[in-house]
Every structure is written in C-alpha cells, then in structure tokens.
Design a protein around this ligand. Sequence first.
Ligand code: SF4
Length: 228
Amino acid sequence: MIVEANGHTIDSVRLGELLLPWGQENFRAFPWRTTVNSYRILMSEVMLHRTQAIQVVPVYRSFMMTYPDTAVLANASLRELQDALFSLGLRWRIDLIHRMASEIMIKWGGHIPVERADLLSLPGVSEYIAGAVRCFAWNLPEPLADTNTIRIIGRLFGLETRDSSRRSSRFRTLLNSLIHFDEPRRYNYALLDLADGVCTKKRPPDCHLCPLQSLCQTGISWVAERPS
Ligand code: SF4
C-alpha cells in the first residue's frame, strides 16, 4: 500500500521489508516480550506506563513469581500490592491494578478479554495499553500511538510533531496505514526499538544507522545535507 502525506509517499510493504529484519537483530528481550501470555503482557504495560523499562524489569520478575495469574492477584490485599509495586511509584496505579484484577475475575472468569471495548472498560487500561495487549498477546494489527512512534511517523513524512500529535487523527491514520498486517507483533516491537535506539528524541537522529533512511523524508534530507 502506498501511503502519502505532506507530498511524500511511502510503500508500507517496503517499509516492513526493511524494518522487520532490523527489528529481529535489535530486539530488546525484556521478560514481557518473550511471552504471549495476555495477563503478563497486560501487567507489564500497566507497569511501563510513565516508567523506564529498565526500572520495571526486576519488579515485573518478582511480581510474576508472587502473582502468576489473575486469580492469585485478585486475592492479594491492597497493602501487599503496595509493597510489591512500591519502587515503581505512581500510587494510583496500584489501586487500579487491584480493581482491575477483581473485575477480570468477576466479568471474565480470570481471562483477559480480547475485545478492545472490553479491555478499555478495565480500570487503568488506555487506548495504548489495550492496543499493546491485543498486538503482543494475540498478534492483532493494532497501531500503537505514543510520542515515540508518532515521532517516527512525523519524521518519515517530514511533519512537525508535538506532544498532542499522538492524539491527532492524521498521525494515527498514517500509523495505521503503515502497520504490517502479517507480522504486527514483530512490526510494533521493531518500531518501538527503533524509536528507543535510533530515531530518538535527539536532533538530528542517527539516520545513518536507520533501516528506513531510504524511505524517510527526514533521512533523505539528512543524506542530501551531509557534508561529503
Ligand atoms: Fe528517524 Fe532518520 Fe530513520 Fe527517518 S531515517 S526514521 S528520521 S532515524
């Protein structure tokens, strides 16, 4: 599919051909990424909200040893969860996890619902978290719009982005149009890893290391302006 914006066109198939092999080589093997267990992925996404992945790793590991599934989690007291998650901060998140576990038990017998609307009805589950769970647990083609992925989209098409761009329908449509429908899980992991390691916030980003440079409006300009 050819996707056009700002006078620049990108072939989504070619983008996938370039991004997926790079993603495989540069995959960050966090413990929540080596499972397709929907409970583990949901908990990791809640923990990762506004928190560095490296900070989450030990907490996630210990949490999964103590609370391996929704049934065990639902029986935990709020005080126990506070102790388990204290180091991540964001006290309100602990209350949400406590309520979330109860609702999953009552409404879905302990199983994480796959439908988007059902996920979104859970306390603390945002559009991003619902999409991430559906994509990483069930390999469904969900666009994951956050400041990092939208930054890549903006640069690919030479569009200015700001914080609010992740809620913009224009950027979301572009993100959606480029998704790889056969390999959405691998595609989204690769996009997140690219945003973390290459297409970072710094200006200019490391276009010379980027697998998408030949397709990217910003990357093409970077090559044209580079001193020879
Ligand atoms: Fe980002 Fe540069 Fe890659 Fe474009 S070529 S996606 S600007 S790192």
